[in-house]
Design a protein around this ligand. Sequence first.
Ligand code: MSP
Length: 470
Amino acid sequence: MKKLFITTAIDYTNGVIHIGHAYEKILADSYARYQRKKLGDSNVLFTTGTDEHGTTSQKAAEKRGLTPLQHVTEISNLDQEQIDALNISYTRFIRTTDEDHKAKAEEFFQKAYAAGDIYKATYKGFYCEGCEAHKTLSELDEKGQCPNHPSRQIQELDEENYFFKWSKYQGFLKNLIESNELEIKPEGKRKEMLAFLESGLKDITVSRPKYKVSWGIQTPVDSAQVIYVWFDALINYVTEGLPKGFWDEDTEIVHFVGKDIARWHTLLWPAMLKSVGYRLPNKVYVHGFVNLNGRKISKSLGNIILPTELVQKYGVDAVRYYLLKQGPIVEDSDISEESLKEVYNSDLANGLGNTVARIAKMAEKSGFVFNDLPSIPSDDYPFEKDFRVDLVLAHLKELLGNLDKHINENEPWKIEDEEKLKAVLIYEVGEITRIAKLYEPFVPNTSNKIIAQFSNSHIKAQEGLFPKIK
Ligand code: MSP
């Protein structure tokens, strides 16, 4: 049996995750749930977590008068609450402060050092704390700021660091990506990564001096240095305590990441793995950003929405459905509460909820015992290719539309012949159950409710799944 390992990025703990981060979790979760149906629960590993070291978390803690560990623990717990509210079915929530992760990070660093890929030198140049990344002048805007974090003062560093011989892996990476041995989706991102490679890789620092950043994992080769936060964070995917057998040859490994961190996953991570002699991931799926009301979601703009706020108002499945309907976002996609409400009313209240209610009412009224439902084969949906979840949802909507049409054309309420009525209702109950099963990866609670309702031999009409909202 094939095994599959699905990951999301692990989130920084300078603040609690917002609805933009939630998009990636929901996308990966629906893929994990879909694959579990095909491969079996124990053959799918799905991880998420928090990236807790580095300057931004350290500074956020200082600002609040807390120790870094107190601060990151609080944020990590709040993140987990958000993720749980979204019904994300992760197998393990990894914190980079977990002991088994720290041990692995040290071991990994040591191995790369022993392989001759890590050396000490001076770094002189810029650093963006928002990205937790070193920047060249050409990566800054005309004001000399990081375009992704214009409100943060760019840092000028002149310090002793350990460097990783990234440049040594340029040819290896080019071949890896060109041959599609590492698949990068969508195609535009693959091209972008290749173009970046063409411009030439420079060795990259993988440690910071403790007197500058004390909040990190000490390097095993020098007690005055901590492991650079990106080197540390990527290693979360091979954390020691993860179920065994998922970083093996016969496993498929898929990383879901946002466009801003594609480079780390497609270019640095494979080089790190190669250096220590580990196997490589198969696929990196890169998604674009969710904007809110036409604006980037950011603390400094003050337009943060927490997933729990929307879940409380509209229910978890409505939030999941709405975000998944955006599809695999390539560049950016705009969301708003207004359009969430529209989608809720049209697709969930009038669509799915209404069809379920119609069939349940007719089934209850008929008084029939529904215990001999035919098994109707499930369609396999076009999900695997490029994660086109939007197409799957459109397909399911079409199935619901066909079922509604079946009801309207057959007018079961007018059928007097008992046998004929039974045949029509059995088909409709069977079909709504089948469709509900197909919806499971996307709206699991709703799907389970529908399946439970129609599995009862005496079907009862129940409260509406999605009461209409004004
Ligand atoms: N800590 C790093 C990732 C390390 S992975 C080894 C990081 N953290 S983050 O909190 O800034 O972002 C986490 C993920 O959320 C990234 O994949 C990022 O692209 C994604 N998103 C952050 N804001 C987003 C939106 N507005 N929309 C969609 N995804 C967003 O980067």
